[in-house]
Design a protein around this ligand. Structure first.
Ligand SMILES: Cc1cc2nc3c(=O)[nH]c(=O)nc-3n(C[C@H](O)[C@H](O)[C@H](O)COP(=O)(O)OP(=O)(O)OC[C@H]3O[C@@H](n4cnc5c(N)ncnc54)[C@H](O)[C@@H]3O)c2cc1C
Length: 393
């Protein structure tokens, strides 16, 4: 592959860089807040970010122009994501722009497009994803939440779990079983559900880092209009697993890993304990830092591979699994190395801690990176069967 932009790509990269520098003007504080996942604070500092992005269709840059996107091709999306990640600009869209919006564009009817797409772009409506259940995560098609037809509605009973952002989401895109007698992949439908509907109960779950990031969601006789089914009845599995032609290189996380390492190296260089620089005390941790640096560069190359395939019209399969597996396990290794670089200070929380407690928090949250979005074991299964041609277990 060619690592250099062609003339058009270089011009677009320059356009994005100029836009970031002159219009968004990210400052250190906004970047820090974004890096710690405190998006609301970051948005307050980056005033007008949403409006500025909206004028160019860059809130959902991959969406077609007719729906308010910029219709960017895969390479331009990649360049934009890379430059935004490099400048630590928080994503404004969330699951609305990246997941349910594209699904509605591909499978939804005109009424659903009219009702939801502009509200996703304006940020007025936040979405959450109701897929996983207590007994159905990796084997998602075994889900048990039921939806039973009653007049013009479906009545939903059951439970979802690990639902990120459900406590502040206005709507949920979810899958429920509409035909319990059909083979498991063929009796599921894809619903859009108003979280204010009577019978929806959200109970926050506190994670290791003491954040109420995800939730349990219970449904007791929740009525959802039949018109809120996206795509065909009982074909929801295929709606939910639609392979959308979007940039899926995970370049944002690969760039993030490199930035994290830059921060660690800077800390080690500048920090002193007992009059001695931290670098001089690192010993073998120095070699670990180097290993992580090499690995972070490999993660970036894997992202380039995925995007190159997409730009050629190929669908990355086990290649995307390799990228996810490697980057998520590397996230954990970097966090462990980070804790060694910081020493006992790494256990401190809050603003007075080194790097404002970023490492303590990322050490805790990194644990989930090999679970969310498909566990490492599942990625290895995909690589074994589709990549290496080994038999399925
Ligand atoms: C931070 C975070 C955010 C999340 N957000 C959401 C969300 O917003 N919405 C949502 O719907 N879900 C969400 N999830 C849930 C996530 O999709 C599931 O946790 C994930 O798919 C794994 O499912 P599970 O937890 O049920 O584990 P299980 O599937 O029960 O797996 C348990 C263990 O068994 C292993 N295992 C399972 N099957 C196999 C197999 N065939 N071969 C080998 N090993 C196997 C797994 O690798 C794992 O180690 C989130 C999870 C996390 C961690």
């Amino acid at each position: 592959m060619n690592f250099q932009d062609n003339a058009e790509e270089a011009a677009f990269r320059e356009e994005v860089r100029t836009f970031i520098k002159t219009e968004i003007k990210p400052d250190e504080q906004a970047s820090e807040l974004a890096e710690r996942g405190m998006y609301r604070g970051a948005f307050e500092r980056l005033k007008g970010l949403r409006e500025k992005l909206a004028t160019r269709g860059w809130i959902a840059a991959a969406w077609p122009k007719e729906y308010g996107g910029a219709g960017l091709d895969v390479m331009r999306q990649f360049i934009m994501n890379e430059e935004f990640a490099q400048n630590r600009i928080p994503p404004v869209g969330g699951m609305g722009t990246s997941m349910v919006g594209p699904t509605i564009i591909t499978h939804g009817n005109e009424e659903q497009k009219k009702e939801h797409l502009s509200r996703i772009l304006s940020g007025d409506v936040q979405w959450c994803q109701g897929f996983s259940e207590p007994g159905s995560g990796s084997d998602l098609a075994s889900l048990q939440t039921r939806a039973v037809k009653d007049g013009d509605d479906y009545v939903i009973n059951g439970q979802k779990i690990w639902t990120s952002g459900a406590s502040h989401a206005h709507w949920m895109f979810m899958m429920a079983r509409t035909d319990p007698d059909a083979p498991k992949h063929k009796g599921i439908s894809y619903f859009l559900l108003d979280m204010k509907s009577p019978g929806v109960e959200v109970r926050p779950l506190t994670n290791l880092a003491n954040q109420d990031m995800f939730n349990e969601v219970f449904f007791t006789d929740v009525r959802v209009p039949a018109k809120n089914i996206v795509g065909e009845l009982n074909r929801g599995w295929y709606v939910g697993t639609t392979t959308l032609d979007f940039e899926r290189s995970s370049i944002g996380s690969a760039v993030g890993l490199k930035l994290q390492l830059d921060g660690l190296v800077k800390y080690a260089r500048e920090h002193q304990t007992d009059g001695t620089s931290r670098t001089a005390q690192l010993g073998s941790v120095k070699t670990e830092l180097v290993d992580r640096y090499v690995e972070a560069s490999v993660a970036k190359l894997m992202s380039y591979r995925v995007v190159t395939m997409q730009a050629k019209g190929l669908i990355p399969n086990h290649e995307a699994s390799m990228t996810k597996l490697f980057a998520s396990e590397l996230t954990q290794r970097i966090s462990r190395t980070g804790m060694k670089v910081l020493g006992l200070y790494g256990q401190l929380w809050g603003d007075g801690a080194p790097m404002k407690g970023r490492y303590e928090s990322s050490y805790m949250t990194s644990l989930s990176s090999t679970i969310a979005g498909g566990t490492s074991e599942i990625q290895r299964n995909i690589i074994a069967s589709r990549g290496l041609g080994l038999p399925r277990d």
